[in-house]
Design a binder for this molecule. Structure first.
Ligand code: CO
Length: 146
């Protein structure tokens, strides 16, 4: 495993639409392992592939109850709303209030290509929304509550 460099705001790679991940191989496994190591070292609760310079629809989340790997995630359902403080490893030393759904159901694939469906609430739902936004070039600062 290896720590990867985290791309910071201002880099174009954070503003691009990511491509669907089509291969589920050893290279993907290595990338996911590296992303996890990078996220934990930086003490983040989520990390998306563009944040390590790769335009792929891949993100990871760990809000303290275990690592979740999402390949090609899609939010299928959302309900309710919550407003809370949010930050991003690509936007250092800044936290802002952002409104998000209270509950989301996400469909994705795991590292082996198997379909998974996860429903998350509260902070985990917030983290899912934040990371999935990254895959479409959206940063949380675009969603700051006015
Ligand atoms: Co972020």
């Amino acid at each position: 495993m290896a720590i990867r460099n985290i791309v910071k705001i201002g880099d174009d790679v954070l503003r691009k639409i990511c491509r669907t991940q089509l291969t589920f191989d050893e290279k993907l496994a290595t990338l996911l392992d590296d992303m996890a190591e990078t996220m934990y070292k930086a003490e983040g609760v989520g990390l998306a592939a563009p944040q390590v310079g790769l335009l792929r629809r891949i993100c990871i989340v760990d809000v303290g109850d275990g690592l979740i790997e999402l390949i090609n995630p899609v939010i299928m359902e959302k309900s309710g709303s919550q407003t809370g403080s949010e930050g991003c490893l690509s936007v250092p030393d800044r936290f802002e209030e952002v409104e998000r759904p209270m509950t989301v159901t996400v469909r994705a694939q795991d590292r082996n290509g198997k379909n998974i469906v996860i429903t998350a609430e509260g902070f985990k739902a917030r983290a899912f929304c934040h990371e999935i936004d990254h895959l479409d070039g959206i940063l949380y600062i675009d969603r700051i509550k006015k």
